[in-house]
Design a protein around this ligand. Sequence first.
Ligand code: GLN
Ligand code: ZN
Length: 758
Amino acid sequence: MVTTHNLGFPRIGAKRELKFALENYWQGLSSQSELSTAGALLRQRHWENQSAMDLVPVGDFSFYDQMLDMSFTLGNIPARVRDLAGSPLDNYFRVARGRSANESACSCVHAGEMTKWFDTNYHYIVPEFSADTTFSLDASRLLDQLTQAQQLDVRAKPVIIGPVTYLWLGKAKDDSDKLALLPRLLPVYVALLDQLAARGIEWVQIDEPVLVTELNAEWQQAFDTAYAVLKTSQVKLLVATYFGQLQDNLALACRLPVHGLHVDAINARDEVAQLVAQLPADKVLSLGVINGRNIWKTDLHATLEWLEPVHRVLQDRLWIAPSCSLLHVPVDLDSEQKLDRDMHSWLAFALQKLDELHTLAKALNKGRVSVQEALIANHVAVETRRTSARVHVPAVKEAIARIDATLGKRASGYAQRAAKQSALLKLPAYPTTTIGSFPQTAEIRQARNQFRQGVLNEAAYNTLMQREIAHCVREQEALGLDVLVHGEAERNDMVEYFGEQLDGYAFSQFGWVQSYGSRCVKPPILFGDIRRPKAMTVAWTTYAQSLTDKPMKGMLTGPVTILNWSFVRDDQPRSVSCHQLALAIREEVLDLEKAGVRIIQIDEAALREGLPLRQSQWNDYLQWAVESFRITANGVQDETQIHTHMCYSEFNDIIAAIAEMDADVITIETSRSDMELLAAFDHFNYPNEIGPGVYDIHTPNIPSQEHMVQLIRKAEERIPASRLWINPDCGLKTRNWKEVIPALKNMVEAARTLRRAA
Ligand code: GLN
Ligand code: ZN
């Protein structure tokens, strides 16, 4: 008999119940016990949802983040909160978000650093270490959840983060060697496992996803060391890996003295045969056969074709599960009322994925005939999608086949273009601009909602938006900015806005996925070949241009960013979807140019975060990502100035790729790093123009003119003044006008000061 289990369940709730419970609590609108009750109810419901599984995860539920939970379980709590008043939960939220319920942020307690969980869009709170970090067990959170589960007769499999992954993902604040903490950490893990054993637990899932990354000998050795100690515990350990292949770590993973190994058989299908051969006969092999990272129905027939032979070899030693925790997918497709029948039949959210798993297990245990109906229904859905004319558009595939090197190449090199652009644009030295968006006021959001609900008709909505744009243009003229923007009032989100206007995209109503804490995203679903039925931004941009003699920048989101922030197709490589997006946005670029727009910005905010987990795969990704940008941007004439924007501050490892993109101007985030990151551009001899953000838009603070002048002077040590632009770090969408006006006024003054001194 094959065993079924789940690695983790989306904790946020089908209708984002946890989000609302948390935010009420933080605002002081509910008590701690009300929050606990909300959590307990969600856990109970989610365990019921998973009741068909042989083993159900416990401990995957969190009020903020599973890594932060682990830090508290291990007693690794930053000193800055340790002595503060309040409950452990207050301290938990202080580390999570800088404040507990009803507190205002204070300078003494800054939140822990947050960073991306592997290559997902989930963010975890980074554990903090120093040379004298000590650990002590506080198992209360996990044991409380376990008590609840056991009272409900849940077949509980506690889930914890493994010690090597925990250390790997943390940060030594004093640059000490964090691996040196391992001997101190292990006894706490042993004590934790002992407590679980005392509760009658048989299996514990211990997540070690770093096994799918490149580990040096020292870190590989840490695995041997750690598990030689943990094997003394009474529970059986299932080491869980996900998101990629084991590659060099395969032998290591197989020899760990544990009772089972879980691998991601979606990403590491090629390794399954080797694992079956190599895994010692006393261990179970858990295969993640349902994709936990996307929303597509699994092809059950195709899965059984390769899984049945594996089952015949492994028999009871085979477990099956989703490839990773279902944290990364929405909860329930049945909540969706607006998807058409086809789309609905092609998708599977968390609950549907568990149904698929159950069907697979039954087919393995009792033969395919025992689930014939389900298999036929699955086959029909998979075939309809495979052959749908909505998914496959010959004209798009032909256009992709016609892509060649000329498409992504500008007619002339940067120097020649720059001369023509400057003759045409006649910008002053140190030209000033912004990144695109201006404050999204309550009125703007209200107008958009009313338009969506049909309360406002299109004409009335357009009038309101035009009024907003006109206001934004007037303000920028009054400020004396050199290159203006229309302000993006009509955009809810920089990806969704474009997705909604492209064929090949669908939208869910409740397809929320946790990004961090109570924050969720609802990625649009890229399901078919991408086409642009008509211009998407030209009317707004030309309207804005008609109001001013200053150059108006057209604003677009780039193909790589649209791709990386969507649920994407599993029936073609990401690179193909990206190229399709590139061709569609390229048409928009050319239409803008035709309409007389002289400067076009193509944002690639998510280019960096799409980097694969293993460095060995970076080149391949960067190659098609950069090519896609070039296809989008580089069909324009020499006189048209292309800008791009990236809102992050680590460029060292991708600077060559950024230069390859060949944008005339790039604006980046730098103010918080004191222009330090320009070193990467300097060392590389980055050839084109750069706008290093001179102020941080994430805080309400008004930057002083002097400070911005100082920052630019620093930038000039790296980049010639003739190639510098003056702009904020990022868009101003989240700020209000009262902050924006004085900040930009100072920024424009700073540019004037620099010009006078030149
Ligand atoms: N143009 C977008 C804006 O100004 C860019 C946002 C981003 O890079 N995240 O909002
Ligand atoms: Zn940005």
